[in-house]
Write a protein that binds this ligand. Sequence first.
Ligand code: SF4
Ligand code: SF4
Length: 249
Amino acid sequence: METMQINIGKICNLSCKHCHVEAGPNRTESMTQNTMAQCLQVMADYDIKTLDITGGAPELNPNFMWLIQEAAHLRRHVMLRTNLTLLDKPGYNHLPEFFARNRVELVSSLPYYSSKDADRQRGNGVFQNSIDVLRGLNDLGYGQEKSGLKLHLAYNPGGAFLPAPQQAIEADYRRVLTLSNPMCRNQISVSWDGYLYDCDFNQMLGLPFSPRSISKLCLADFQERQICVNNHCYACTAGSGSSCGGTVV
Ligand code: SF4
Ligand code: SF4
């Protein structure tokens, strides 16, 4: 026995079409601290190494943090299944740092990599909310190679059909959500007269970012800037980057 997976409640802030738990805001089932303590005791007695926490939205159980802390004291590895969307809300936005401190492995459901499909399954605005939270988790080290903080994205089929092979889905998620190759991610483009652009294409189209001049460059601002995207970026990103810095396919 390596893993104990516990469902700590069926209450959820979402009501997804694909939910096999039929979780939602109107459910009331919630694991008590006493039952959690019994689970932890069994993990200790039988040296079960991994605690896998699921729900509903586990964050809504009032003893959720206590459970993670106790598991960490027992030196168990904790995995958490989260729908992400609570993690930037008042009362919950301290949790990402708490997860990082306790080395919690996150399995984040994101039904699809397009907002249209994800929102159809989960509700309007959920996709963008999830992306915002994922970015915050990335900033804490989640999903960054050397941090050891693991972050998984879970695909959920939107109907009665099997998902495509994981490798193919993973490649699609990475291609659409990460786009690490376009040169605007790691280059700065300076025009002959000292002005700054995201890339050579944007320079030729006169699409600058601010501050505009090399004499006013602040690297922190540069790294946090919004890249000016336009129709030409479709061609660039379809090949994983531009012909100058990416792949020719
Ligand atoms: S977020 Fe998860 S638990 Fe909540 S309704 Fe959706 S699938 Fe069910
Ligand atoms: S064309 Fe668009 S995606 Fe490609 S490098 Fe320039 S700004 Fe980035």
